[in-house]
Design a protein. Structure first.
Length: 576
């Protein structure tokens, strides 16, 4: 069974190595290549992934990780993992640990370059003092609502704060008192003095520091003032020597402010910001705030619920790092936002698991079949190929006996003409085994079908009739005496609409049928030893993964990763 190992970019086993992306450069990679050719930054390439530890990573973050780490690998550069941890009220060590686990699982290696923005709090404070001393920042007494009102609109300039011309010495003294904890939360802020009439509202005297008497997950109670993201992010890049600050398109409006800070502070390096289109995926939401709402309100079982687009949720569902990387390579790096159809992500996992996942037999909705002419007590061990796509995967032995389980849907008492599975008097092939014919249908007192009595043709051990008769249907099966029971969870989209925010909003668009738990499923005995994270293909049913939380010895639980075929008939157009 395939295991959820960390492949690493340099050790990837899939058909498209990370360096293949360089064969057809996207616009970000072309910028980096041009910079290297021109000798900018001394020819260095240094990227980073800078998450805020206020939630779990999702597949949109995976795109950024693959882009930043991939560029560092392709150009012989360095890659940092840095936590932009500037808001103690929303950030937790749990999120830090989960992010590191997910980044590592995706194959990115930050080596010894793990940093935190909180590492730089002393430097950032000194640089804030520098701005005050040079008349480019001031302490402001406006409330949050007043700051918003004074800022103006996109068509009207803002109004200056009454404190905008506060004397430098006074701002310095008040800022020191803010740090000393003399004022309550919200009493004052530190703002940059730029231009209240600037067409970009981000440049209208942005906030640099606020008072928060809150304990930080790393610095404890050392600080009661914390820098805002915009004042922290670019300066952290500069401290770390980042050459290419790559972020998603919604930060394009922040770039002038990013540059203003770099130009007006004594930073050791001058990074540049570049934006690319974020990943939008149909039938999903990518907002950490909204994902947190789903978790806290109990709409899902947790951050690792397999219906969520979180990395831990995808991992629990059975997705592989290789499939996620292949997906990101196929969608590419664009300059304009768009929505990618979820079926392309499903294509990527099918493509990878088709090559690496062993084939096994599992009956999800069992119906008993008794072979009346098969010898009582006889058991045959049939040789089954583990994966026809991988000759090295070898074979296994599967027991065959008189009583078997087949799928309820594989029998129809009143079957239409083109129903090629089992029917009264009809004949089908059992995978790896014999041809059987249905002779009798047994029902209970409610008229429900509970058993089929069939005969087998012992001359068809190869699955083919020696007399040349043709049988179109092939069914999977499990021996009743040897089957192991399992719970199998079938997942569908969490939302009913491709764009969950439409209509009455994402909560109203939750899909009540997004999870179906089937108990009493019958699996071939080789799966008795399944371990959490094992991935397999249940013949004719799809790709499945042993649940990482609930599967254990004596209790088998499998999650459906993907069906065998795309039912939306869109994948051909999407994959070219």
């Amino acid at each position: 069974m395939t295991r959820p190992e960390d492949p690493g970019f340099e050790n990837a086993t899939d058909s498209t190595d990370a360096t293949d992306v360089a064969k057809e450069r996207d616009f970000i990679r072309q910028i980096v290549a041009d910079d290297v050719a021109a000798g900018r930054n001394g020819g260095r390439v240094h990227t980073r992934f800078p998450p805020e530890p206020n939630g779990y990573l999702h597949i949109g973050h995976a795109k950024s990780i693959h882009l930043n780490y991939g560029i560092a690998q392709e150009f012989g550069g360095k890659f940092n993992l840095r936590f932009d941890d500037t808001n103690p009220e929303t950030e937790e060590t749990e999120y830090v640990e989960s992010i590191m686990r997910d980044v590592r699982w995706l194959g990115a290696n930050w080596e010894d370059r793990l940093f935190y923005a909180s590492d730089y709090f002393d430097t950032l404070y000194a640089w804030a003092v520098h701005l005050i001393e040079h008349g480019k920042a001031y302490v402001c007494s406006l409330s949050e609502d007043e700051v918003r009102a004074y800022r103006g609109t996109v068509t009207e300039p803002g109004r200056p704060s009454p404190d905008r011309d506060r004397p430098i010495a006074e701002s310095l003294a008040m800022f020191a008192r803010m740090r000393a904890g003399e004022f309550p939360d919200g009493k004052y802020t530190l703002r940059a003095k730029i231009d209240m009439a600037h067409p970009n509202m981000k440049m209208r005297d942005p906030l640099l520091y606020r008072i928060k008497h809150a304990s930080h997950h790393r610095t404890g109670d050392k600080w009661c003032i914390y820098p805002f993201y915009d004042f922290t992010h670019g300066q952290s890049d500069a401290i770390e020597g980042i050459t290419h600050s790559i972020c998603t398109l919604e930060f394009e409006v922040n770039r002038p402010l990013y540059d203003w800070f770099i130009q007006n502070l004594p930073v050791p390096h001058e990074p540049h910001q570049y934006e690319f289109a974020r990943l939008n995926l149909s039938y999903t939401i990518m907002s950490k705030r909204k994902l947190l709402q789903l978790v806290r309100d109990g709409h899902v079982s947790g951050w690792d619920d397999p219906r969520l687009p979180t990395i831990c949720g995808l991992r629990r569902r059975g997705y592989t790092p290789e499939a996620i990387r292949e997906f990101n390579q196929r969608i590419g790096v664009a300059k304009a936002d768009s929505t990618v159809d979820y079926s392309l992500l499903e294509w990527a996992i099918r493509d990878h698991l088709n090559r690496v996942a062993p084939r096994v037999m599992a009956v999800l909705r069992p119906l008993k079949v008794v072979l009346t002419n098969y010898p009582q007590g006889q058991v045959e061990q049939l040789t089954c190929v583990n994966n026809p796509e991988d000759p090295a995967a070898g074979t296994r032995q599967v027991p065959f006996a008189r009583e078997l389980w087949i799928e309820q849907d594989d029998f129809r008492e009143d079957a239409p003409a083109k129903f090629f599975r089992l029917r009264p008097g009809g004949e089908v092939r059992l995978k790896h085994a014999y041809l059987i014919r249905c002779e009798e249908v047994v029902k209970n007192e409610r008229g429900e079908i509970v058993e089929l009595r069939c005969t087998y043709d012992p001359a068809t051990r190869s699955g083919e009739a020696q007399d040349g008769r043709k049988v179109k249907g092939t069914l999977h099966w499990v021996s009743c005496a040897h089957a192991v029971e399992a719970e199998v969870r079938l997942y569908d989209h969490l939302f009913n609409r491709p764009l969950p925010e439409e209509g009455d909003g994402f909560i109203a668009n939750l899909n009540p049928a997004s999870l179906e738990a089937l108990r009493g499923c019958k699996l071939e005995p080789s799966l008795a030893a399944a371990r959490p994270g094992d991935r397999v293909q249940f013949l004719r049913n799809g790709y499945f993964c042993a649940d990482s939380e609930d599967c254990r010895p004596g209790k088998l639980v499998f999650n459906r990763t993907a069906t065998l075929k795309d039912t939306w008939a869109k994948i051909a157009a999407l994959s070219g």
